[in-house]
Design a protein around this ligand. Sequence first.
Ligand code: EPU
Length: 342
Amino acid sequence: MHQPLDVERGTSLRPYNTFGLPAAAHTLVRVSTEAQVRQVVNHPELGHAKKFILGGGSNLVLTQDVQACVIKVEIKGRQLLETRDDAWIVEVGAGESWHDTVQWCLNQGLPGLENMALIPGTVGAAPVQNIGAYGIELKDRFESLDAVDLITGRMVTLNREQCRFGYRDSIFKSLLAGKSVITKVRLRLPRPWQPVTGYLELERKMAETGTPEPSAQQIFDWICDVRRAKLPDPAQIGNAGSFFKNPVVTEEQCRDIIGRDPEIVHYPLPDGSFKLAAGWMIDACGWKGKSIGRAGVYEKQALVLVNRGGASGAEVVTLARAIQESVYGRFGIRLEPEPVVV
Ligand code: EPU
Protein backbone atom coordinates (compact mmCIF):
# COMPACT_ATOMS: atom_id res chain seq x y z
CA MET A 1 0.00 0.00 0.00
CA HIS A 2 1.37 3.38 -1.03
CA GLN A 3 0.80 6.24 1.33
CA PRO A 4 0.08 9.39 -0.66
CA LEU A 5 2.98 11.87 -0.83
CA ASP A 6 2.38 15.00 1.16
CA VAL A 7 3.91 17.87 -0.80
CA GLU A 8 4.61 20.86 1.45
CA ARG A 9 5.27 24.39 0.18
CA GLY A 10 7.25 27.15 1.89
CA THR A 11 8.23 24.98 4.87
CA SER A 12 10.67 26.68 7.24
CA LEU A 13 13.99 24.88 7.37
CA ARG A 14 15.11 26.59 10.55
CA PRO A 15 14.22 23.60 12.77
CA TYR A 16 15.94 21.27 10.31
CA ASN A 17 19.44 22.74 10.29
CA THR A 18 21.57 22.57 13.44
CA PHE A 19 22.96 26.07 12.79
CA GLY A 20 19.39 27.33 13.22
CA LEU A 21 19.64 29.49 10.08
CA PRO A 22 16.51 30.97 8.55
CA ALA A 23 15.49 29.65 5.12
CA ALA A 24 12.47 28.02 3.55
CA ALA A 25 11.99 25.11 1.19
CA HIS A 26 10.02 25.95 -1.94
CA THR A 27 8.85 22.33 -1.93
CA LEU A 28 9.43 19.66 0.72
CA VAL A 29 8.48 16.00 0.90
CA ARG A 30 9.07 13.69 3.83
CA VAL A 31 9.95 10.13 2.94
CA SER A 32 9.72 7.30 5.43
CA THR A 33 10.03 4.35 3.04
CA GLU A 34 12.02 3.44 -0.05
CA ALA A 35 8.73 3.27 -1.95
CA GLN A 36 8.06 6.91 -1.12
CA VAL A 37 11.43 7.89 -2.58
CA ARG A 38 10.37 6.14 -5.79
CA GLN A 39 7.06 7.98 -5.66
CA VAL A 40 9.01 11.26 -5.70
CA VAL A 41 10.98 10.04 -8.74
CA ASN A 42 7.77 9.09 -10.58
CA HIS A 43 5.82 12.17 -9.49
CA PRO A 44 4.56 14.19 -12.49
CA GLU A 45 5.86 17.49 -11.11
CA LEU A 46 8.59 16.60 -8.60
CA GLY A 47 10.12 13.87 -10.76
CA HIS A 48 11.87 16.39 -12.98
CA ALA A 49 12.68 18.98 -10.34
CA LYS A 50 16.17 19.42 -8.93
CA LYS A 51 16.44 17.61 -5.60
CA PHE A 52 18.05 18.51 -2.30
CA ILE A 53 18.48 15.70 0.22
CA LEU A 54 18.13 16.64 3.85
CA GLY A 55 19.24 14.41 6.71
CA GLY A 56 19.77 15.88 10.15
CA GLY A 57 20.89 19.23 8.69
CA SER A 58 24.04 19.12 10.81
CA ASN A 59 26.45 19.79 7.99
CA LEU A 60 24.62 22.59 6.30
CA VAL A 61 24.85 26.38 5.96
CA LEU A 62 21.68 27.84 4.46
CA THR A 63 22.25 31.29 2.95
CA GLN A 64 19.01 31.40 0.97
CA ASP A 65 15.70 29.64 0.40
CA VAL A 66 16.04 26.28 -1.27
CA GLN A 67 14.40 26.25 -4.70
CA ALA A 68 15.07 22.56 -5.28
CA CYS A 69 12.63 19.94 -4.02
CA VAL A 70 13.80 19.08 -0.51
CA ILE A 71 13.58 15.39 0.31
CA LYS A 72 13.58 15.02 4.07
CA VAL A 73 14.69 11.48 4.85
CA GLU A 74 12.75 9.98 7.78
CA ILE A 75 13.30 6.26 7.14
CA LYS A 76 13.46 4.44 10.47
CA GLY A 77 14.40 0.99 11.81
CA ARG A 78 17.39 -0.84 13.28
CA GLN A 79 18.21 -4.53 13.38
CA LEU A 80 21.08 -6.92 13.87
CA LEU A 81 21.14 -8.41 10.39
CA GLU A 82 23.88 -10.97 10.70
CA THR A 83 26.40 -12.35 13.17
CA ARG A 84 29.57 -13.41 11.40
CA ASP A 85 32.70 -14.92 12.91
CA ASP A 86 34.53 -11.62 12.49
CA ALA A 87 31.76 -9.02 12.70
CA TRP A 88 28.20 -8.05 13.55
CA ILE A 89 26.28 -6.48 10.70
CA VAL A 90 23.68 -3.95 11.81
CA GLU A 91 21.19 -2.44 9.38
CA VAL A 92 19.83 1.02 10.12
CA GLY A 93 17.27 3.28 8.42
CA ALA A 94 18.84 6.47 7.05
CA GLY A 95 16.53 8.71 9.08
CA GLU A 96 17.62 7.37 12.48
CA SER A 97 19.69 9.63 14.69
CA TRP A 98 23.39 8.71 14.58
CA HIS A 99 24.00 9.14 18.29
CA ASP A 100 20.88 7.18 19.28
CA THR A 101 22.11 4.41 17.00
CA VAL A 102 25.52 4.33 18.70
CA GLN A 103 23.72 4.04 22.03
CA TRP A 104 21.24 1.43 20.77
CA CYS A 105 24.08 -0.75 19.47
CA LEU A 106 25.87 -0.57 22.84
CA ASN A 107 22.65 -1.50 24.65
CA GLN A 108 22.24 -4.51 22.36
CA GLY A 109 25.77 -5.67 23.20
CA LEU A 110 27.11 -4.50 19.84
CA PRO A 111 30.12 -2.29 20.56
CA GLY A 112 32.36 -0.59 18.02
CA LEU A 113 30.81 2.82 17.36
CA GLU A 114 31.51 4.35 20.79
CA ASN A 115 34.32 6.65 19.59
CA MET A 116 31.78 8.32 17.30
CA ALA A 117 29.28 9.04 20.09
CA LEU A 118 27.49 12.40 20.10
CA ILE A 119 28.21 13.26 16.46
CA PRO A 120 25.07 15.14 15.40
CA GLY A 121 23.06 14.14 12.34
CA THR A 122 21.40 11.08 10.90
CA VAL A 123 22.68 7.65 9.92
CA GLY A 124 22.03 8.40 6.24
CA ALA A 125 24.23 11.48 6.38
CA ALA A 126 27.08 9.64 8.10
CA PRO A 127 28.51 8.08 4.91
CA VAL A 128 28.03 11.29 2.89
CA GLN A 129 30.84 13.03 4.72
CA ASN A 130 32.44 9.92 6.23
CA ILE A 131 31.99 11.21 9.77
CA GLY A 132 34.79 10.50 12.17
CA ALA A 133 36.13 11.22 15.62
CA TYR A 134 38.72 9.99 18.10
CA GLY A 135 40.50 7.62 15.78
CA ILE A 136 37.56 6.01 13.93
CA GLU A 137 35.84 7.01 10.73
CA LEU A 138 32.55 5.68 9.44
CA LYS A 139 34.41 3.85 6.66
CA ASP A 140 36.11 1.72 9.36
CA ARG A 141 32.68 0.44 10.48
CA PHE A 142 30.93 0.31 7.12
CA GLU A 143 29.58 -2.70 5.26
CA SER A 144 27.28 -1.32 2.54
CA LEU A 145 24.33 0.97 1.91
CA ASP A 146 21.16 1.08 -0.14
CA ALA A 147 20.26 4.16 -2.13
CA VAL A 148 17.50 5.03 -4.58
CA ASP A 149 18.67 6.59 -7.84
CA LEU A 150 16.73 9.81 -8.38
CA ILE A 151 16.69 9.47 -12.17
CA THR A 152 15.71 5.83 -12.62
CA GLY A 153 14.06 5.14 -9.24
CA ARG A 154 16.13 1.97 -9.00
CA MET A 155 17.59 0.75 -5.75
CA VAL A 156 21.34 0.31 -5.75
CA THR A 157 23.63 -1.21 -3.13
CA LEU A 158 27.09 0.31 -2.74
CA ASN A 159 29.96 -1.31 -0.89
CA ARG A 160 32.79 0.50 0.85
CA GLU A 161 34.96 0.80 -2.23
CA GLN A 162 32.10 2.12 -4.36
CA CYS A 163 31.38 4.87 -1.81
CA ARG A 164 34.92 6.26 -2.40
CA PHE A 165 35.38 7.41 1.16
CA GLY A 166 38.00 10.04 1.90
CA TYR A 167 38.61 12.39 4.80
CA ARG A 168 35.12 13.93 5.35
CA ASP A 169 34.35 12.94 1.77
CA SER A 170 32.57 10.33 -0.36
CA ILE A 171 31.01 9.87 -3.79
CA PHE A 172 27.82 11.45 -2.35
CA LYS A 173 29.63 14.80 -2.12
CA SER A 174 30.75 14.69 -5.75
CA LEU A 175 29.50 12.35 -8.49
CA LEU A 176 26.27 11.36 -6.72
CA ALA A 177 25.54 14.69 -4.98
CA GLY A 178 21.79 15.26 -5.18
CA LYS A 179 21.43 12.22 -7.43
CA SER A 180 20.55 9.45 -5.02
CA VAL A 181 18.89 9.08 -1.65
CA ILE A 182 20.56 6.83 0.91
CA THR A 183 17.81 4.74 2.49
CA LYS A 184 19.61 2.13 4.61
CA VAL A 185 23.11 1.79 5.98
CA ARG A 186 24.71 -1.48 7.07
CA LEU A 187 27.38 -1.09 9.71
CA ARG A 188 30.13 -3.63 10.26
CA LEU A 189 31.22 -3.94 13.89
CA PRO A 190 34.36 -6.10 14.14
CA ARG A 191 34.41 -9.12 16.49
CA PRO A 192 36.00 -9.50 18.90
CA TRP A 193 35.62 -5.90 19.96
CA GLN A 194 38.83 -4.01 20.58
CA PRO A 195 39.07 -0.54 22.06
CA VAL A 196 40.50 2.28 19.93
CA THR A 197 42.29 4.44 22.45
CA GLY A 198 45.25 6.00 20.62
CA TYR A 199 43.79 9.50 20.89
CA LEU A 200 45.50 11.77 23.41
CA GLU A 201 42.31 12.69 25.27
CA LEU A 202 41.37 9.02 25.72
CA GLU A 203 44.86 8.10 26.88
CA ARG A 204 44.56 10.89 29.41
CA LYS A 205 41.20 9.57 30.71
CA MET A 206 42.70 6.07 31.03
CA ALA A 207 45.62 7.40 33.04
CA GLU A 208 43.48 9.70 35.22
CA THR A 209 40.97 6.99 36.14
CA GLY A 210 43.47 4.15 36.29
CA THR A 211 41.54 2.15 33.67
CA PRO A 212 44.05 0.57 31.29
CA GLU A 213 41.39 -1.73 29.78
CA PRO A 214 38.23 0.34 29.38
CA SER A 215 34.93 -1.17 28.27
CA ALA A 216 33.04 0.16 25.25
CA GLN A 217 30.58 1.82 27.64
CA GLN A 218 33.47 3.48 29.46
CA ILE A 219 34.86 4.85 26.19
CA PHE A 220 31.37 6.01 25.18
CA ASP A 221 31.03 7.93 28.47
CA TRP A 222 34.50 9.50 28.10
CA ILE A 223 33.84 10.56 24.53
CA CYS A 224 30.57 12.17 25.61
CA ASP A 225 32.45 14.03 28.40
CA VAL A 226 35.23 15.19 26.09
CA ARG A 227 32.85 16.38 23.40
CA ARG A 228 30.48 18.10 25.84
CA ALA A 229 33.45 19.96 27.36
CA LYS A 230 34.58 21.56 24.11
CA LEU A 231 31.85 21.31 21.49
CA PRO A 232 28.61 23.30 21.71
CA ASP A 233 25.32 21.36 21.86
CA PRO A 234 23.36 22.38 18.73
CA ALA A 235 20.15 22.27 20.78
CA GLN A 236 21.54 25.17 22.80
CA ILE A 237 23.94 27.00 20.44
CA GLY A 238 23.47 26.64 16.70
CA ASN A 239 26.51 25.14 14.94
CA ALA A 240 27.59 22.58 12.36
CA GLY A 241 30.51 20.93 14.17
CA SER A 242 33.95 21.59 12.71
CA PHE A 243 33.48 24.31 10.11
CA PHE A 244 36.73 23.64 8.23
CA LYS A 245 38.57 20.46 7.34
CA ASN A 246 42.04 19.96 8.74
CA PRO A 247 44.28 20.76 5.74
CA VAL A 248 46.70 18.16 4.45
CA VAL A 249 50.10 19.47 3.27
CA THR A 250 53.34 18.03 1.93
CA GLU A 251 56.33 17.45 4.18
CA GLU A 252 58.08 20.50 2.64
CA GLN A 253 55.10 22.77 3.30
CA CYS A 254 54.85 21.45 6.83
CA ARG A 255 58.56 22.02 7.49
CA ASP A 256 58.27 25.52 6.08
CA ILE A 257 55.36 26.38 8.41
CA ILE A 258 57.08 24.80 11.43
CA GLY A 259 60.11 27.00 10.61
CA ARG A 260 57.92 30.05 11.10
CA ASP A 261 55.50 28.65 13.71
CA PRO A 262 57.25 25.90 15.68
CA GLU A 263 54.17 25.32 17.84
CA ILE A 264 51.80 24.36 15.05
CA VAL A 265 49.87 21.15 15.82
CA HIS A 266 50.54 18.63 13.04
CA TYR A 267 50.10 14.88 12.56
CA PRO A 268 52.06 12.67 10.12
CA LEU A 269 49.88 10.63 7.74
CA PRO A 270 50.79 7.16 6.41
CA ASP A 271 51.53 8.53 2.91
CA GLY A 272 54.21 10.94 4.16
CA SER A 273 52.00 14.05 4.11
CA PHE A 274 50.93 15.97 7.22
CA LYS A 275 47.57 17.03 8.60
CA LEU A 276 47.55 20.45 10.27
CA ALA A 277 45.12 21.39 13.06
CA ALA A 278 42.92 24.06 11.49
CA GLY A 279 41.51 24.91 14.93
CA TRP A 280 45.00 25.71 16.15
CA MET A 281 45.68 28.00 13.17
CA ILE A 282 42.38 29.86 13.58
CA ASP A 283 43.09 30.19 17.29
CA ALA A 284 46.61 31.47 16.54
CA CYS A 285 45.09 34.16 14.32
CA GLY A 286 43.17 35.39 17.36
CA TRP A 287 39.68 34.35 16.28
CA LYS A 288 38.54 32.37 19.31
CA GLY A 289 35.48 34.05 20.85
CA LYS A 290 35.28 36.71 18.11
CA SER A 291 32.13 37.50 16.11
CA ILE A 292 31.03 39.12 12.89
CA GLY A 293 27.44 40.20 13.27
CA ARG A 294 25.62 37.38 15.02
CA ALA A 295 27.96 34.66 13.79
CA GLY A 296 30.86 33.78 16.06
CA VAL A 297 33.85 31.56 16.72
CA TYR A 298 33.20 29.22 19.64
CA GLU A 299 35.09 30.12 22.81
CA LYS A 300 36.30 26.59 23.54
CA GLN A 301 37.14 25.34 20.04
CA ALA A 302 38.09 27.73 17.25
CA LEU A 303 37.20 25.25 14.51
CA VAL A 304 33.52 25.56 15.38
CA LEU A 305 31.48 28.53 14.16
CA VAL A 306 28.32 29.28 16.09
CA ASN A 307 25.06 31.15 15.76
CA ARG A 308 24.99 33.63 18.63
CA GLY A 309 21.24 34.05 18.13
CA GLY A 310 19.42 35.12 14.98
CA ALA A 311 22.43 34.87 12.64
CA SER A 312 21.85 34.64 8.90
CA GLY A 313 23.67 32.24 6.61
CA ALA A 314 25.31 35.27 4.98
CA GLU A 315 26.82 36.30 8.32
CA VAL A 316 28.23 32.82 8.83
CA VAL A 317 29.75 32.88 5.34
CA THR A 318 31.20 36.38 5.88
CA LEU A 319 32.85 35.20 9.10
CA ALA A 320 34.14 32.05 7.42
CA ARG A 321 35.70 34.10 4.58
CA ALA A 322 37.37 36.49 7.03
CA ILE A 323 38.87 33.51 8.86
CA GLN A 324 40.04 31.94 5.60
CA GLU A 325 41.74 35.20 4.61
CA SER A 326 43.58 35.65 7.87
CA VAL A 327 44.73 32.00 7.97
CA TYR A 328 45.91 32.33 4.37
CA GLY A 329 47.67 35.59 5.17
CA ARG A 330 49.61 34.08 8.05
CA PHE A 331 50.16 30.45 7.01
CA GLY A 332 49.63 30.43 3.23
CA ILE A 333 47.00 27.68 3.69
CA ARG A 334 43.52 27.79 2.19
CA LEU A 335 41.01 26.29 4.62
CA GLU A 336 38.21 24.32 3.03
CA PRO A 337 34.74 24.38 4.65
CA GLU A 338 33.36 21.05 5.82
CA PRO A 339 29.61 21.82 5.59
CA VAL A 340 27.66 22.18 2.39
CA VAL A 341 26.89 25.87 1.72
CA VAL A 342 23.57 26.48 -0.06
N1 EPU B 1 43.37 23.53 18.97
C1 EPU B 1 43.75 24.75 19.44
N2 EPU B 1 42.82 25.74 19.52
C2 EPU B 1 41.52 25.54 19.18
C3 EPU B 1 41.12 24.29 18.67
C4 EPU B 1 42.07 23.28 18.58
O1 EPU B 1 44.91 24.98 19.77
O2 EPU B 1 40.73 26.47 19.28
C5 EPU B 1 44.35 22.43 18.90
C6 EPU B 1 44.04 21.40 19.98
O3 EPU B 1 44.65 21.70 21.18
C7 EPU B 1 44.60 20.13 19.37
C8 EPU B 1 44.43 20.34 17.88
O4 EPU B 1 44.23 21.73 17.67
O5 EPU B 1 45.96 20.00 19.66
C9 EPU B 1 43.28 19.55 17.30
O6 EPU B 1 42.08 19.84 17.98
P1 EPU B 1 41.01 18.70 18.39
O7 EPU B 1 41.72 17.54 18.99
O8 EPU B 1 39.94 19.37 19.15
O9 EPU B 1 40.46 18.14 17.04
P2 EPU B 1 40.12 18.88 15.67
O10 EPU B 1 41.19 18.58 14.70
O11 EPU B 1 39.81 20.31 15.92
C10 EPU B 1 38.84 16.83 14.65
C11 EPU B 1 37.57 16.65 13.88
C12 EPU B 1 36.38 16.60 14.82
C13 EPU B 1 36.58 15.45 15.78
C14 EPU B 1 37.90 15.65 16.53
C15 EPU B 1 38.22 14.47 17.41
C16 EPU B 1 37.85 17.65 11.68
C17 EPU B 1 37.60 18.82 10.81
N3 EPU B 1 37.41 17.74 12.93
O12 EPU B 1 38.77 18.12 15.26
O13 EPU B 1 35.22 16.35 14.05
O14 EPU B 1 35.51 15.37 16.72
O15 EPU B 1 38.99 15.78 15.60
O16 EPU B 1 38.54 13.36 16.61
O17 EPU B 1 38.44 16.66 11.24
C18 EPU B 1 33.52 17.47 12.82
O18 EPU B 1 34.04 17.01 11.81
O19 EPU B 1 32.48 18.17 12.78
C19 EPU B 1 34.16 17.23 14.10
C20 EPU B 1 33.74 17.80 15.23
